[in-house]
Write a protein that binds this ligand. Sequence first.
Ligand SMILES: [Zn+2]
Length: 263
Amino acid sequence: MRKLLQGLRQFQDSHFPKRQELFERLANDQKPIVLFITCSDSRIIPSLITQTDVGDIFTIRNVGNIIPPYGSSNGGEGAAIEYAIQALGIDQVIVCGHSNCGAMKGLLKIDYLEEEMPLVYEWLKHAESTRRLVKDNYQHCGGEDLLGITTAENVLTQIDNLQTYPIVHSRSRQGSLKIYGWIYDIESGEVLAYDSESHAFLPIHNLSLSEYQSAFQATSPLPIACQVSAPIAKSEAPNHTPWLSTSQSERILRGSNGSNNSN
Ligand SMILES: [Zn+2]
């Protein structure tokens, strides 16, 4: 608590006076530019990784960045979605998973959770479609690969769930709401975004806004769709090691293709 109190004092003495005009402007109104849905994990700070300001991001956070399907839960997620879109006029939504997610690890050990953390177990039932899809289609993967795949597939599952909300369904059909799927890699700071053309998560680093908007809008994700880190040309590759290696991602893609063929 001492750390928090020191920080609070520093905020009031130093940071607040410098930005007082902004805080006064925000006191009676907010006009956030995006609804950002992510995990409760302490390592994910949306305004830090996107370098946005106070008032820019309307946030929903919970264990596993989960959106319970419409009508399945009386939690606050539905209310926050409706308020963000209807009252605040937000027209872009990001569902952001992350590397090394404890909720996704739990989803892969669901029997253990039922015994040890029954409330988390109950909550993760909203990600049962993710668990089932991964179990049925990625038997050839394990360890870190499987965790990455589960994280990626869960982002897509939750985008599907998001689209069960009447206001999201309606605005998406109008073309006035854009939904994006992201995965944030804690170690490298890299963000991968879902590309509905290639059904892959690709690095978005160094793309212009128009390139990003044309490439990464995830309006209708396929159920099986993961190449977590695409093989990219060497000249375009980020300086750090990609989250998953090329050989790993090719293995994932083969799994996806095989499953699609059987559909
Ligand atoms: Zn998490």
